[in-house]
Design a protein around this ligand. Structure first.
Ligand SMILES: Cc1cc2nc3c(=O)[nH]c(=O)nc-3n(C[C@H](O)[C@H](O)[C@H](O)COP(=O)(O)O)c2cc1C
Length: 204
């Protein structure tokens, strides 16, 4: 089994004002050069999935989730990050760590699965969000399917804002071939399903 790659602790103070970040947020599809520092990747993952509190047995995170079920998991496609080999990683929330699933040019596979959108292979990283459906549907039935998508939207918006705040460009990706995307990240498409993605890279 691959060892855990512990990420640097995120910064929880400072940064630009939230109003400034909201005004500046835009979908950015073309990126500059240079690998992303691990500190930035850490900040982006914490901003979207970080544990920020506890309520009894439940963890609470910086993105809200219906019933605090947290069905959304994130798979990280590394194209160009300092000290990380290119490949597909899984983010482990409790450990704030990454685990390599497989190395290689996964960005190119993502580009094909996302109907030829070049930002998938040009970005420093791509985030692919899967939903573990029963976490929410076991509690809410069919309505839970809608909740899962709303949860993913919140995570995506946090990513946009965190990328903007760190001086990076982000673009949401909803246009992809579901089967190809599920296969590329290694989920079955029934219990765990790819629901959303985003690319992040340096501004040009
Ligand atoms: C659910 C969703 C899916 C999206 N999918 C894509 C996509 O696959 N490719 C893309 O280039 N932009 C995608 N976008 C970005 C939108 O095109 C963008 O938000 C919109 O044009 C408004 O521009 P702005 O984000 O710069 O304000 C998506 C946005 C959302 C919310």
């Amino acid at each position: 089994m691959e060892p855990l790659i512990r990420l640097p602790a995120p910064s929880v103070t400072g940064g630009p004002a939230v109003w400034q970040v909201l005004s500046a947020r835009r979908s950015i599809r073309h990126y500059g050069d240079g690998p992303m520092p691990l500190e930035v990747l850490s900040q982006l993952l914490w901003s979207t999935h970080g544990i920020t509190g506890r309520l009894g047995p439940h963890e609470l995170r910086n993105a809200p989730s219906a019933g605090a079920c947290y069905p959304i998991e994130v798979h990280v496609v590394v194209n160009s990050v300092f000290n990380l080999k290119p490949g597909l990683y899984r983010y482990l929330t409790e450990d704030h760590a990454l685990m390599l699933q497989r190395s290689g040019d996964v960005g190119l596979e993502m580009e094909r699965a996302a109907l030829g959108q070049r930002m998938c292979s040009q970005a420093s990283v791509m985030f692919v969000w899967t939903a573990v459906m029963p976490r929410t549907t076991a509690r809410y039935g069919e309505r839970g399917r809608r909740y899962v998508l709303l949860d993913a939207g919140h995570v995506g918006q946090n990513m946009y804002l965190a990328a903007t705040a760190t001086g990076y460009g982000c673009c949401a990706i909803g246009a992809f071939d579901d089967d190809a995307m599920n296969e590329a990240v290694g989920v079955d498409g029934v219990i765990e399903v790819v629901v959303y993605a985003a690319s992040v890279g340096p501004l040009e």
